[in-house]
Design a protein around this ligand. Structure first.
Ligand code: ADP
Length: 187
């Protein structure tokens, strides 16, 4: 399955590119420096242009001189992207699962949605946080991502119209589809 209805909110899986999503906010799988990187981060800064990096620099100066801790989230303009806002969050680096990776991953999704809600944003698109360069096994990350988003949406009835997961590869998309099916059956 590729959608799950949670009250008035649609949780949707799509295969595609996060930078092309026409939603109010896209989430960036950033690193603590907020100064750009590869993967999702690189694509967002490349397509969104220099205004995003300028806003990130200001956040570093004013709020997080030592960098954004893993699991936290901040918001900037989306520059030239179709979205209006970018929510930058930092996922955990996978080091085998014994260092709180699962909790930090859940916090990244939770804090991103909390920030979106604080700003009144009703459509949000996530990439698969931590499952690229940060090495979190996607078969473990997908159920955590989906369960956390489902729980947060349920805790804020009517706040979101759609929360979308944008999976880059066919294989990642299929992994999330399977995990969504399992979640829906367990509910
Ligand atoms: P992290 O450092 O948190 O692991 P990455 O950006 O390296 O983040 O990867 C996270 C996931 O996003 C990976 O599954 C990767 O394939 C995927 N990805 C890379 N580029 C894009 C993109 N433009 N849109 C959506 N997903 C992407």
């Amino acid at each position: 399955m590729d959608t799950l209805q949670i009250g008035n909110t649609t949780l949707r899986l799509v295969q595609g590119d996060i930078t092309e999503q026409d939603v109010e906010a896209v989430v960036n799988a950033a690193n603590s420096s907020l100064m750009g990187g590869g993967g999702v981060d690189g694509a967002i800064h490349r397509r969104g242009g220099p205004r995003i990096l300028a806003a990130c620099r200001q956040i570093r100066t004013e709020q997080y001189p030592d960098g954004l801790p893993a699991g936290e989230a901040v918001i900037t303009t989306a520059g030239e992207l179709p979205a209006r806002w970018v929510i930058h969050t930092v996922g955990p680096i996978w080091t085998g699962g014994g260092n709180g990776e699962e909790k930090i991953l859940a916090a990244a999704y939770r804090n991103s949605l909390a920030l979106a809600h604080q700003h009144g944003l009703r459509t949000v698109a996530f990439p698969s946080i931590s499952t690229g360069a940060y090495g979190f096994p996607i078969t473990l990350a997908a159920p955590i991502a989906l369960r956390t988003v489902r729980d947060e949406v349920q805790a804020r009835p009517g706040a979101f119209a759609e929360v979308r997961f944008v999976l880059f590869s066919e294989a990642d998309y299929e992994t999330y589809r399977t995990a969504l099916e399992v979640l829906a059956k367990a509910a």
